[in-house]
Write a protein that binds this ligand. Structure first.
Ligand code: FAD
Length: 453
């Protein structure tokens, strides 16, 4: 009987244990991707992620065809879809990788009820849930977590590339990718994405290769939004087009210091460990008082939220970031921190509204990384920045030398000199006035915090 490979955020052939185990069985292999918006509580992917998914699936199908295989596409609740596919083909065994978004628990339970489900590791440096304190409990704080995880490194060597996958005698029906309408039509807001990104396994490998030459400069450059100093591997990692073990082995053997960069890959593991312990992390503040906080609401707050989303706050660094996000589906990490702090503290809007916007607009939108970082920014999380640490955008911007970045993303300000672009006293026409005064906003946030406790 054929064996099914159930693909989710693991859209690669190299170092992909589900494909390897299926291939080793010697049976014909049926790779299938299920677009699951139907399992109860499943959080549907946002718009930018769907754009990425379209291209990544097309790329995986092309790669599979080179091995004499192909990718089947089906839509529906994963449990039902896989049970149907098994009934059509006589398959009993399903291989996949572990995933930790809470909604997969329902889907996996449904699949395991109908079929023989084998889940493998390989999307994290260490299996989430496996790094424990001396007392056998999971870590809540990053630094000790990372210290303990580092002791398990290096991660296993990546599995060798597959040369061939046996095909079934006849291929079951597949839906047509174009019918899934994953790409935006009117308006085509993703027009700029393709010049920025190359979704798929080959694109991920290329990014890694470019980056390994720059990794020793990472620690100095990662906080400078005007420089391309980070790897930009995040959407590739999110969709599993490359494994963290592959990245680790490529980078760790490199000359120069790589520990800062590898620590960031560690943050990715950490975030997943947090949502594994606290599945509602994307929907509820870990510190409950933040869900009863006096967040602003009503028409004025909604107008401010819109100005933030559209990059019209009158704070150049915030606006540059929000426009980069809209145009490319990605934002520099330092600017994500500034923009998040601005929404939460300057505008006093619930972090969940920001999390939702990022979920819809980031190509790397990830339940764990997004919620852990938003709760960190809000001060509401397990391992969080203090609420009272309010980032001052007008100070952060020159500190991290963001003039070139602002010039690129806020053309209204492009003609301003470096020393005034961060905080223009004379605003060029067309550039909005500040929606809130910094000192006023700071005091309002601190008062709200004092009263909310
Ligand atoms: P690099 O600096 O090259 O880092 C390498 C990899 O490490 C990244 O690709 C990513 O997988 C991981 N990483 C880096 N920083 C972090 C971090 N702070 N937390 C967890 N993992 C990290 N990242 C996402 O992948 N998805 C999200 O939805 C997401 N939402 C965020 C929301 C906010 C408010 C903030 C402040 C950060 C968010 N991040 C998110 C983390 C970080 O901004 C991105 O991972 C990073 O900017 C991606 O660019 P890069 O691949 O060049 O990163």
């Amino acid at each position: 009987a054929p064996v099914i490979v159930w693909l989710r955020r693991d859209l690669r052939l190299a170092d992909q244990a589900a494909f390897h185990s299926a291939a080793e069985s010697g049976a014909p292999v049926i790779p299938v991707y299920v677009l699951d918006d139907d399992t109860p509580k499943h959080r549907a992917m946002g718009g930018a992620s769907r754009w990425w998914l379209h291209h990544s699936l097309a790329s995986l199908d092309a790669d599979l065809r080179k091995l004499g295989s192909r990718l089947l596409l089906r839509r529906g609740a994963s449990g039902d879809v896989l049970a149907e596919l098994a009934a059509e083909t006589g398959a009993r065994e399903v291989h996949g990788l572990h995933h930790y978004e809470p909604w997969w628990r329902n889907a996996e339970r449904a699949v395991a009820k109908a079929l023989d489900l084998h889940l493998h590791h390989g999307n994290y440096l260490a299996p989430p849930g496996s790094v424990l304190t001396g007392g056998g409990t999971p870590y809540k704080i990053f630094t000790p977590f990372w210290r303990a995880l580092s002791e398990t490194l290096p991660p296993p060597d990546p599995l060798p590339a597959l040369g061939k996958l046996s095909a079934p005698e006849s291929w079951p029906k597949s839906e047509d990718l174009a019918d899934w309408n994953l790409l935006p039509t009117k308006p085509d807001w993703a027009g700029g994405f393709l010049s920025e990104w190359n979704p798929g396994e080959a694109g991920a490998a290329e990014r890694l290769e470019d980056f390994t030459d720059k990794v020793s400069r990472y620690a100095d450059q990662r906080n400078l939004p005007s420089v391309e100093g980070t790897s930009r591997l995040s959407p590739h990692l999110h969709f599993g087009e490359i494994s963290p073990a592959t990245i680790w082995h490529a980078v760790a053997s490199h000359k120069g210091s790589t520990s800062t960069f590898l620590g960031e890959i560690g943050w990715r593991d950490y975030a997943t460990n947090v949502v594994q312990q606290f599945p509602d992390y994307g929907a509820k503040s870990y510190k409950a008082e933040f869900d009863n906080f006096t967040w602003r609401s009503g028409p004025e707050a909604e107008a401010d939220l819109k100005a933030w989303q559209q990059g019209r706050t009158g704070y150049p660094i915030v606006d540059a970031g929000m426009r980069q996000l809209w145009a490319t589906g990605w934002m520099h990490n330092r600017v994500r921190m500034i923009a998040a702090s601005f929404l939460i503290k300057h505008l006093l809007i619930d972090w969940k509204r920001g999390e939702e916007w990022f979920w819809d607009t980031l190509v790397d939108a990830d339940y764990a990384q997004n919620s852990v970082n938003w709760q960190w920014s809000a001060g509401s999380g397990v391992d969080a920045n203090m609420f009272v640490r309010i980032m001052a955008p007008l100070t952060q911007s020159p500190k991290f030398d963001a003039a070139g970045y602002i010039r690129k993303w806020v053309p209204e300000l492009a003609k301003l000199r470096d020393d005034v672009i961060h905080d223009p006293t004379v605003r060029p026409s067309g550039y909005p006035d500040r929606i809130v005064d910094h000192a006023f906003a700071r005091n309002r946030a601190l008062d709200a915090y004092r009263m909310g406790r």
